[in-house]
Design a protein around this ligand. Structure first.
Ligand code: MSP
Length: 651
């Protein structure tokens, strides 16, 4: 009861990371977002908020189904293994999430279906046909205009034309309200540049959103239509409310919704700031307060890629340098909203200079001097001169600055200001020369003051560091011999330590030989890149056969020789050509996605092989009756041919 009452008096803070695709193990880019969310959650808890911090995994979709197939396991087995690794990673990194949602959990599946029904009842869902250029790795359809050099604008990989029966969400109905949200609530989406991009995007007009697929079955079934599954974005975005129990168990939901912050990478800002609010409008639910879009950690000038083998593994870095060193580096090095470059050298220098030299050295010096000169007892301050005053003022000036920076997710600026105190305290030691004061018994009071002021500075640092490196912060308090319980306001007061006896411990961050470490990390990197190359070469040669079929299956297909009579570009699609093909006494139209490989005139007069009894299909407004066969070696297409009269069967 007391706990409930206490919580009710507190202001709440609900923060969510995106839910990660468990298609392969997470890399340092993913930890970037989770570490920032964790720092913010810890900061708010320290400030007395009732915090809820959610993360999880987004486990459905074609990409995962394909990965599982490649690995020879079921999709569920596949994701279970990766998700286990994700959960272990967050545990190792001491991520303080309150819940972990998996989209394959029964609680989510059931609630997504309820949400689908609610949107349907509202009149916001209808059945139609979906066609477009589909990028499988990104699970996104793109329009012709959005493609870059004919490839996916997000990942640069080839796209394929797909068409299927599908359910649509009336996103267009909410266009004006979403535009109003973006234009008139400048705080809703940050940084500013992302907001402007989104406003432009909405102004170009919002198409209704396809929210189901029938081409694969690894997903949540559409209620009442077992042939369709709910497409990943409706399944994924709703995790933020299903994890709170919406719509059937409203206690947590009523306490924490609306979300205070969705922390997301820049490429998914669109889904969170346009589609997600529209879905919530359809459900008549309050909108999230803030969407914060962060940049990417880049490596070798681009995104980390498993196929290149330049993915940085956080587990390896933690094993070598520890959790707090990695967290500090991530939070100190990068500016929120901008892309940042990861290199081993930057990482090692940050750890050595900031942590081993500056902070670690300060702590061990101060504790050792209190031990040596005062038998470990932290003395009272007896005197005060300008240097003492300046240290005190610096120490007390940091927390208000951290407050300001944290408002804007300025973790690096907050740490920069905290290090002003670390450096000032080190300088204070050099200026005061406690070893000299100790030699002169008339300076005993000054020495007391000096040691006390340093101990208080360490205490304040330990409070300031809680959000960023809480284990280090605990270790500092343990070495000072002061209680672990604290509040944020303790960083605003100077003399607080009472009757403490220091307890020297291991150095917080041992100094490293950067050259040696660098060469070891580079060797690890080289090895992983070579392995990736070998794997890619092997993949390229691998003949991946489709499942076996019977003769009866084969015999259903009517292959014929045809002759191309005419060929022209498709009026509405750059990638398609429209052929007129004669097969014996019949001439028919066939549309093929080969415009990147053949000019229309290249194939006129050529004998081709046609799948003649394929059901006709509309491809961007042109009927296609049958299919031309091409050999595909992964780089180019070559038409299949036979030196026989058109109309001949092919067997
Ligand atoms: N499953 C979707 C999100 C659904 S949220 C309702 C997804 N998953 S993801 O695993 O591909 O990406 C998750 C987050 O990790 C994204 O915010 C993405 O920006 C972030 N990052 C992935 N690689 C990254 C870097 N190299 N650097 C920084 N963040 C990166 O998208």
């Amino acid at each position: 009861m007391a706990e409930t009452a206490e919580r009710e008096n507190k202001k709440k803070f609900y923060i969510c990371t995106p839910i990660y695709y468990p298609s392969s193990n997470l890399h340092i880019g993913h930890t970037y977002c989770t570490v920032m969310a964790d720092a913010m959650a810890r900061f708010k808890r320290l400030q007395g908020y009732d915090v809820r911090f959610l993360t999880g995994t987004d486990e459905h979709g074609m990409k995962i189904a394909r990965k599982a197939e490649e690995a020879g396991v079921t999709p569920q087995q596949y994701v279970d293994k990766i998700v286990d690794g994700v959960q272990k990673l967050w545990k190792t990194m001491e991520i303080s999430n309150d819940d972990f949602i998996r989209t394959t959990q029964e609680r989510h599946v059931r609630r997504v279906q309820e949400i689908f029904k609610k949107m349907d009842q509202k009149g916001d869902i209808y059945k139609g046909k979906y066609e477009g250029w589909y990028c499988t790795p990104c699970e996104s359809y793109w329009t012709e205009k959005q493609l870059v050099n004919g490839c996916c604008p997000d990942c640069g990989r080839p796209v394929e034309w797909q068409s299927e029966d599908a359910y649509f969400f009336r996103l267009s109905k909410y266009q004006d309200r979403v535009l109003d949200l973006l234009e008139n609530h400048p705080d809703f989406l940050q940084p500013e540049a992302r907001r402007n991009e989104m406003i432009e995007f909405v102004k170009q007009g919002l198409d209704d959103l396809c929210i189901s697929r029938s081409s694969f079955d690894w997903g949540i079934p559409v209620p009442g239509d077992p042939n369709s599954v709910i497409y990943v974005w409706l399944d994924a975005l709703t995790n933020y409310i299903t994890a709170l129990g919406y719509p059937d168990d409203m206690e947590l939901f009523n306490r924490y919704w609306p979300c205070d912050v969705h922390l997301v990478g820049k490429e998914i800002v669109r889904f969170h700031s346009i589609i997600w609010p529209a879905m919530l409008m359809s459900l008549d639910l309050p909108l999230p307060k803030h969407v914060m879009g962060h940049g990417w950690l880049l490596i070798d000038g681009g995104k980390m890629s498993k196929s290149k083998g330049n993915v940085v593994d956080p587990v390896m870095l933690i094993d070598r340098y520890g959790v707090d060193a990695l967290k500090y580096f991530i939070l100190r090095e990068y500016t929120f909203g901008q892309d940042g470059v990861f290199t081993n050298e930057i990482l090692l220098k940050r750890i050595n200079y900031d942590l081993a030299n500056d902070l670690g050295n300060l702590v061990s010096r101060v504790i050792a001097m209190i031990e040596k000169y005062r038998d470990g007892k932290i003395p009272e301050a007896k005197t005060e001169d300008d240097v003492d005053r300046e240290l005190k003022e610096t120490a007390l000036s940091v927390a208000p600055k951290v407050d300001e920076h944290m408002e804007k997710f300025g973790f690096n600026y907050a740490l920069e200001d905290i290090w002003v105190l670390v450096r000032r305290a080190n300088k204070y030691v050099d200026e005061k020369e406690p070893w000299a004061l100790a030699k002169d018994s008339s300076k005993a009071d000054e020495l007391d003051t000096c040691l006390r002021n340093l101990a208080e500075s360490l205490r304040i640092l330990s409070v300031l560091l809680v959000p960023f490196m809480h284990t280090t912060s605990e270790k500092i308090r343990a070495q000072l011999g002061i209680p672990q319980e604290l509040e944020w306001k303790d960083a605003f007061e100077f003399y607080q330590i009472e009757d403490a006896v220091v307890c020297p411990g291991e150095p917080l961050f041992p100094r490293m030989d950067i050259k040696k470490e660098l060469s070891e990390l580079e060797a690890i990197r080289q090895k992983s890149m070579e392995e990736a190359k070998k794997k890619a070469d092997k993949e390229a040669k691998k003949v991946d056969l489709k499942p076996e079929i019977t003769f009866e299956d084969f015999d259903k297909i009517d292959f014929r020789v045809g002759i191309v009579m005419k060929a022209e570009k498709h009026p509405n699609a750059d990638k398609l050509l429209v052929f007129k093909v004669r097969i014996g006494d019949e001439e028919r139209q066939i549309v093929s996605g080969v415009a990147d490989y053949y000019k229309p005139e290249d194939l006129v007069g050529k004998k081709v092989i046609v799948v003649a009894n394929l059901a006709p299909k509309q491809l961007r407004g042109e009927e296609s009756k049958g299919m031309l066969l091409f050999a595909d070696d992964g780089k180019k297409l070559t038409y299949a041919t036979a030196d026989a009269d058109d109309g001949s069967t092919v067997r």
